[in-house]
Design a protein around this ligand. Structure first.
Ligand code: ATP
Length: 238
């Protein structure tokens, strides 16, 4: 089953052509990574798939839904973690998760909050106000928020950015387990080790176009590279 089908996607911001005709598919339960230099268009693609930005041309289907016609239905089955997300600063971590869970099925929202708390793993700090959290603690809370709702598709923009090694590893394990439990994951990352560890397939975006893509192992073979960082450098400098 295909969860995301993107065909000839074009997105302009005024005169800036951010995405210049991108096509790719993501299969159900897969972890798919978008990588590329700063300004390549990754966040734009993720925001479009999250229904937050309109497209100029092309088409996108999420499961059986069309992104332009069925945005409301899509919003119910996806979860988006923005790159620079924050939470309501005057709430505690727990009350923030509760606030978000209240938008969903009342029968399930306590279960959701508990799952969010477990994912965030902030111990007693979950009852402190969000404005006392460090950057990494905030990120963990937001990953908890994004994954606690059991989305069919989670869209994670640099999920481990700003996290220390141990925290980043934990989040990666969590992302992997979430995919194993059936959630499809589309993520972006500048961390090539992360991409290699997590992603079944990747697409390398440069200047608004997909310039390379496939399974990390196959790409390393193709470019005679020891890791994805080498592949990245070779492709982007071509
Ligand atoms: P990074 O790795 O730095 O986060 P990215 O690959 O996510 O970059 P985007 O944020 O999608 O890249 O940006 C793609 C292009 O679109 C860039 O040229 C950027 O300047 C431009 N852009 C993004 N958002 C806007 C906006 N709101 N208005 C105008 N131009 C924008």
């Amino acid at each position: 089953m295909i969860t995301i089908e993107v065909k000839n996607l074009v997105k302009n911001y005024g005169k800036i052509e951010a995405v210049k005709g991108i096509s790719f598919n993501v299969n159900e339960g897969e972890i798919f990574g978008l990588i590329g230099p700063n300004g390549a268009g990754k966040t734009t693609v993720l925001r479009i798939i999250s229904t937050l930005l309109k497209i100029n041309s092309g088409s996108i289907k999420i499961m059986d839904y069309d992104i332009e016609k069925d945005a409301d239905k899509i919003r119910k089955i996806i979860s988006y973690l923005p790159e620079d997300a924050g939470a309501y600063k005057n709430l505690t971590g727990r009350s923030y998760l509760q606030f978000i869970a209240n938008f969903f099925d009342p029968k399930k929202n306590q279960q959701m909050v508990e799952k969010g708390i477990e994912i965030a793993d902030l111990d007693e700090r979950i009852d402190d106000r969000v404005d006392t959290y460090s950057k990494g603690m905030m990120r963990r809370l937001l990953v908890g928020r994004a994954l606690m709702i059991n989305p069919k598709l989670a869209i994670l923009d640099e999920p481990t950015s700003g996290l220390d090694v141990i925290n980043a590893q934990e989040i990666r394990k969590l992302v992997k387990n979430t995919a194993q439990a059936g959630t499809t994951i589309l993520l972006s990352s500048h961390n090539m080790l992360e991409v290699e560890y997590l992603c079944e397939r990747i697409a390398l975006i440069s200047e608004g176009k997909i310039v390379e893509g496939g399974k990390p192992k196959d790409l390393m073979n193709k470019y005679n590279a020891n890791n994805i960082e080498e592949v990245f450098t070779k492709v982007v400098k071509q």
